[in-house]
Design a protein around this ligand. Structure first.
Ligand code: ADP
Length: 537
């Protein structure tokens, strides 16, 4: 169908060519797309040869993609990288392609021997006498240059130029689409490799609790036995009997979280005998045009295996317990002998002053050891949990006990209690009160004078919730996972003069663990903290 005699207005054949080419434009393989477009153009325009220069994104260099000869569809000649660079530099520097790039428009060379824009290179074998050359323009940048050649002069005319300009414009859009598609696919593959390669377990759920993404590590948790099930698209609740951890996660995502909310807690998988630090955060769909976040679109759950860390921690606690036991006797001796020395020392001697300092220091040490042993005692001693605790009464006692402390810092204490007709909690009232008081006294301690503290307690499902919120100094994100360890204190500005031993939260966690509940914390530096726990009713 070689046509050298195109009329000036588009013919049916021109339109057919355009239609045929526009069908090509959905191809996402860039090289195949270009090859097909050029093949059709060469054939339709009766050219002897075509060549294409491309300006690949992210590089400053051009490359010469291929040369296509009319005689034979398989006759596509590709250059290796070095050759193509050499060729591209040469024609862009002195050849017609250089003129097209500089002027950003297509052109015809009617006779190569007459047109000074045409440069014949000494080693050229093309024997071209006429040429048609168009740029691929995108956003005023030249992405490519297509040149058609013919061995006869005056082969190309203005209709060819108009037609090939349309083709070039359309092809450019298609090349951009192919490029974007490939870029996205590449990024997706990269992301998948990262997600599947990481040792942390990752689950992404939609707002209905359906699994959207499960990495390899997490997928092992969802599988039962040796049967490999496909999990994506199914609901989390279908897998609850596979692992106790999933139960806990399901309960949280089943009660809609607020946007921007994050839950972080430690839990143990009884089936696998492993401990996990679980972080659940809300992800939301952002409406593109307005940038406004829509309702929560779902949840991202990350689980880190902290079994080794916990074992080490347990080991540390045991060592501490042993050391504290062993330290008590020598300490008692020091205190005893101090009293004896005091009896012997003459009135008004400096010795009394020195003994005073020793005595105060030993008292501080004794207090520390007592606290430590108390945590251990609660952790290890048998606990009677069959006493029915009246929660409303207990929380009111806590609030009353805490009032003087709150007033001493002129803070505002708000209580939001929904505990009327609350069922009793089976537990140890003294310990539960101690846990509650610890959270409130921490809120008072780490909130400046005049701050606000809110205590919330309510029953949801089969759980009693107790939450203390403050607008105090807050806690850096990286400190959150270690907060409940014994002796852990956050080293941050504003806490230098606040006394503490780093045992309060460890005690809270031990008490709540013993009541089969869980503690959690959310906090932001400069904004405040929310500490809370739940336990079964
Ligand atoms: P401490 O005796 O140091 O208060 P805790 O175990 O009670 O020991 O708390 C551990 C650390 O957690 C504290 O040193 C403090 O840095 C941080 N912390 C606890 N509660 C709060 C709170 N409400 N606001 C800010 N930081 C807190």
């Amino acid at each position: 169908m070689a046509r050298t005699d195109l009329e000036q207005s588009p013919s049916i054949e021109d339109l057919e060519l355009l239609a045929e080419i526009s069908q090509m434009l959905t191809l996402l393989d860039r090289d195949r797309l270009l090859e097909r477009v050029i093949e059709l153009t060469v054939k339709a325009f009766g050219a002897d040869k075509a060549s294409l220069l491309l300006h690949p994104e992210h590089t400053d260099e051009w490359s010469h993609v291929f040369i296509k000869h009319t005689n034979g569809a398989s006759d596509v000649q590709r250059y290796d990288e070095e050759q193509s660079l050499h060729f591209a530099r040469r024609v862009l520097d002195r050849g017609l392609a250089g003129w097209v790039v500089a002027n950003k428009q297509g052109t015809i060379v009617l006779d190569t021997e007459e047109d000074e824009r045409w440069h014949t290179f000494p080693d050229s074998k093309s024997g071209a006498r006429s040429a048609l050359c168009v740029p691929f323009l995108y956003d005023d940048n030249v992405l490519g240059v297509l040149t058609l050649l013919h061995t006869e002069p005056f082969h190309f005319n203005d209709t060819h130029l108009r037609l090939i300009t349309i083709i070039a414009n359309q092809t450019t859009v298609a090349v951009r689409n192919a490029h974007l598609f490939n870029k996205m696919r590449h990024q997706q593959q990269q992301l998948e490799a990262i997600l599947h390669g990481m040792p942390d377990l990752l689950l992404v759920l939609d707002d209905q609790g359906r699994l959207l993404l499960v990495n390899n590590a997490a997928s092992r948790l969802l599988q039962s036995g040796t049967v490999v099930e496909s999990v994506v698209g199914r609901e989390l609740k279908e897998f609850l009997n596979h692992d106790s951890v999933l139960d806990v996660i399901h309960e949280i995502v089943d009660n809609p979280l607020q946007s921007g909310q994050t839950w972080s807690f430690e839990t143990r998988s009884e089936q696998q005998r492993r401990d996990y630090l679980v972080t659940i955060s809300v992800w939301e769909n952002v409406v593109q045009d307005t940038g406004v976040a829509a309702n929560p679109a779902g949840y991202v759950v990350v689980m880190r295996d902290i079994t080794t860390l916990r074992d080490l921690n347990r080991f540390k606690d045991e060592m501490l317990q042993m050391a504290s036991h062993d330290l008590r006797s020598p300490l008692a001796l020091i205190v005893g002998y101090c009293s004896l020395i005091a009896l012997e020392a003459p009135e008004g001697s400096l010795i009394h002053e020195y003994l005073d300092i020793i005595q105060r220091s030993t008292e501080r040490m004794k207090g520390l050891l007592d606290d430590l042993l108390r945590v251990e005692q609660i952790r290890n001693s048998p606990l009677e949990l069959n006493e029915q605790v009246d929660i409303l009464e207990l929380v009111n006692t806590v609030l009353n006990n805490m009032r003087p402390l709150v007033d001493s810092k002129r803070q505002h204490l708000e209580a939001r209690l929904s505990l009327e007709n609350a069922p009793g909690v089976a537990g140890n009232p003294v310990l539960i009160r101690e846990a509650m008081e610890n959270l409130v006294s921490n809120a008072v301690k780490y909130t400046p004078d005049g701050g606000k503290i809110t205590v919330e307690s309510y029953i949801q499902g089969k759980r009693l919730h107790f939450v203390v919120e403050d607008n105090g100094i807050g806690i850096p994100r990286q400190a959150l996972p270690r907060l409940f360890e014994s002796f852990y204190r956050v080293n941050q500005e504003g806490t230098e003069n606040i006394e503490g031993r780093g045992l309060g939260l460890s005690l809270v966690k031990t008490i709540i663990d013993r009541h089969h509940g869980e503690v959690w914390v959310e906090s932001e530096v400069g904004i405040g903290s929310r500490f809370g726990f739940w336990m079964p009713v």
